[in-house]
Design a protein around this ligand. Sequence first.
Ligand code: DHE
Length: 558
Amino acid sequence: MKFSKLNLNLLGALVIASILFVSCKSDKKDDPYAKKTETTDVATDGIVITDAEMEQGSAIFFDRCAGCHGSSRKGATGPHLLPVKPEGSDKPGTLEFGADGLKAFIVNGTAAGMPEWGGILTDQEIELMTRFLQVDPPPIPPYGMDEMTASWNLIIPVVDRPTKPQHNRNIDNYFGVIMRDAGKVAIIDGDTKKQLAVLKTGFAVHILRTSASGRYIYSVGRDGRITMIDTYPDVPTIVAEVKGGFDSRSVEVSKFKGFEDKYLVFGGYSPSHIAILDAQTLEPLSITPTAGNACDGDKEFIEEARVAAIVASHTDPVWICNIKERGIVAIVDYTDPRNPAITEIPAARFLHDGGFDSTGHYFLVAANASNKIVVIDVPNKKLVAIIETGNMPHPGRGTNIKNDLGNLWVTSHLGENKLSFIKTNPGEGQWTVVKEVKATGNGGGALFVKSHPKSKHLWVDRTLNPNAELNSTVDVFDIKTLELKANLKAPEGVDGRAVHFEYNKAGNEVWVSYFMGENSAIVIYDDKTLKVKQVIQEDWVENPTGKFNVYNTTHDIY
Ligand code: DHE
């Protein structure tokens, strides 16, 4: 059955996304902005805004703007949005733009990548935001161990869980599929393609990670809620939940030998902190704030130092946590989880997403505001290289391929049409871009790339390209020649933007999401023939985004 038959164009689809966002807000009771306020009306420089408007503006800002401009509006990937220009910034304060200037930005977006909110936000909301942005942002309330522990809900204690799988399915080939706007995660049996459960996991889930044994799947999202799913019962079941903070994009587990399924790390966007929890129960164990000096030695102290990508080393008892605004790669040793030793490696700003090279010895991460890829030697806790690649690299976890040029780690770019191939094996050209390739058409907008050790193909999306032809198709390259082999259009009956890829365990199928369209779906391609193998488009499929195969996620196969 089709998802829904609403007759809308892409802009309309974004409106739907916005409605879904708003309808999910009931799950988001504890965000800092929802807590507002008993104060009287705010008036700055003649701008008047009531408490109720402040609350509404805060909620819109948190859902729409905070990801790029920062929860405290101090700027990140996007510029600061404070009333008065802060010291050291070359961007004027919002009071200088005034209501008309701000409205123009909000309605039309910018060439630098800000989306057009005209038609998505209502006229009333846009007018309100022009005032909200000209007064001081509301403070973020404290969130520490007491609050986190109070939010902890151990639904099924370890002793009451099954000791072995209650079914004969192959858990290694399960897929967790995020349905962001619905605040749900679907668990699908990758062998039969049958949905096993659709679980409510919280507001705008962002990523999933699996435990080292592959038994548990953890989700985290924009309400900071971690949900733990057990795959042993016949129907996958939520066994524990906790709020690690108000807002998050990353979670990871301990994967080193002897620490399998033991600890979990939560990366806080708001508040900016690293929290360590018991991976069996989600009991909070420690919190370490991430505020500190920036990487470039300019003595700038950064309060809002959000935790972006996190990966778990397979060769050492550490997580690699990327402190976005500070440009610091933090190697967190979890052997003493209540008092973790953290080695800070100054790198480049602003760190966003990344993954391992094919050996797992090196970690590569995009510093998207400085157009660079940073390379870290994980066991030796050392910076190896900072490589200029192109306008806003966005690799996801990147992907590893091998051809005559060597072992190559690949990144796509948000700001331009370019795939960069970085040589990772020793020898001439190691840690340099040895090849650049263009995808179909013009402009950037690529978010994710993916290949598999058994595949001859490299898959690339163009999710944020404004051209509907491009953002609804995916490119497939031959990894030997690096030539474009196919530009695959959405199958009939499917539309929206193509986003994110995941292989099955065998490495012979590629799963692609189509979201923000009239007929969203998960489309499964045969990786060899590039033909559609199956379209999953039942009623429960609501704007799927990220997909995570248990085996590949556990073993960092990408
Ligand atoms: Fe993501 C990964 C942050 C927008 C889908 N996203 C990540 C990671 C970070 C991040 C830090 C790396 C996590 C890790 O590996 O530990 N994403 C952000 C943002 O701050 C941003 C720009 C704006 C926001 O407010 O969230 C943002 N991301 C998006 C989207 O619009 C996407 C397409 C749909 C959505 O969920 O909103 C999206 N991000 C994803 C996915 C991953 C991800 C599917 C995991 C990729 C993987 O293969 O690991």
